[in-house]
Design a binder for this molecule. Structure first.
Ligand code: COA
Length: 204
């Protein structure tokens, strides 16, 4: 995994968010391209992904291209760092994004999915580990979180593989398809907070 230098999530600046290229053991995280349209069309067939995300419910090419354009808009509007997850041959296999909770809070949450035909190859775990290694070095964050339904074992196992710790169960945390869902809260603190904790003091 390659992570260099320190940076911030740029919450205080203006202009589009600048996406780094992040390299993991099995995946690279990079900007979405129009040529990645196939994995979005495949993800459209997964009812859970379309309920949780803006992946279209139909698998038409123009709808999938619009999804990809929305990811670039999220960078322009500074909503989130959103990456395509690419395999060792640079084919997109999924999606991962880091969403800052806002300037008032020094925390961000992670969302992700892997195309149905590409699952159980370690891609989600490696993408999470790679994104999180970068995010844990951002100066304007203290913690990185993710929320997982208790039944979604693949997701919480990927989170645990990437070093996340389950902190508890959030009851009726979020509506999915109109129904309140309990979520496990998983988190990691940033490197700076971890060092401060180890030294028994508050982070500067
Ligand atoms: C959840 C999801 C991202 C997992 O992606 P993946 O690339 O298949 O996960 P990985 O291959 O990295 O597997 C990570 C771990 O979970 C396990 N796992 C994966 N899918 C599993 C499943 N369906 N049931 C039980 N365990 C599973 C793997 O065996 C691996 O375990 P290990 O660490 O003990 O070796 C994928 O199934 C998905 O996109 N689901 C729909 C969208 C979604 O749920 N997103 C997350 C919302 S919180």
């Amino acid at each position: 995994m390659v992570v260099r230098g320190r940076a911030t999530m740029e919450t205080m600046s203006s202009g589009p968010l600048v996406l780094p290229n992040l390299t993991g053991d099995r995946v690279t995280l990079r900007a979405w391209r129009t040529t990645d349209v196939g994995v979005v069309q495949e993800a459209s067939q997964d009812r859970f992904i379309t309920a949780l995300t803006t992946v279209p419910q139909t698998s038409g090419e123009s709808e999938a291209l619009a999804f990809i354009e929305r990811q670039h808009e999220r960078l322009r509007s500074r909503e989130a760092y959103v990456f395509a997850i690419a395999d060792t041959e640079d084919r997109a296999v999924g999606h991962i994004g880091l969403f800052h909770a806002g300037e008032r809070w020094a925390r961000a949450s992670v969302g992700y999915w892997i195309g149905p035909s590409q699952r159980r190859r370690g891609y989600a775990a490696d993408a999470l580990a790679t994104l999180t290694a970068w995010a844990r070095r951002l100066d304007d964050l203290d913690r990185v979180e993710l929320y997982v339904e208790p039944w979604n074992e693949g997701s919480w196992r990927a989170a645990e593989r990437a070093g996340y710790v389950r902190e508890g169960l959030l009851r009726a945390w979020e509506r999915v398809d109109g129904s309140p869902q309990d979520m496990y809260m998983y988190a990691q603190v940033t490197e700076r907070v971890q060092h401060a904790e180890q030294e028994g003091r508050a982070a500067p």
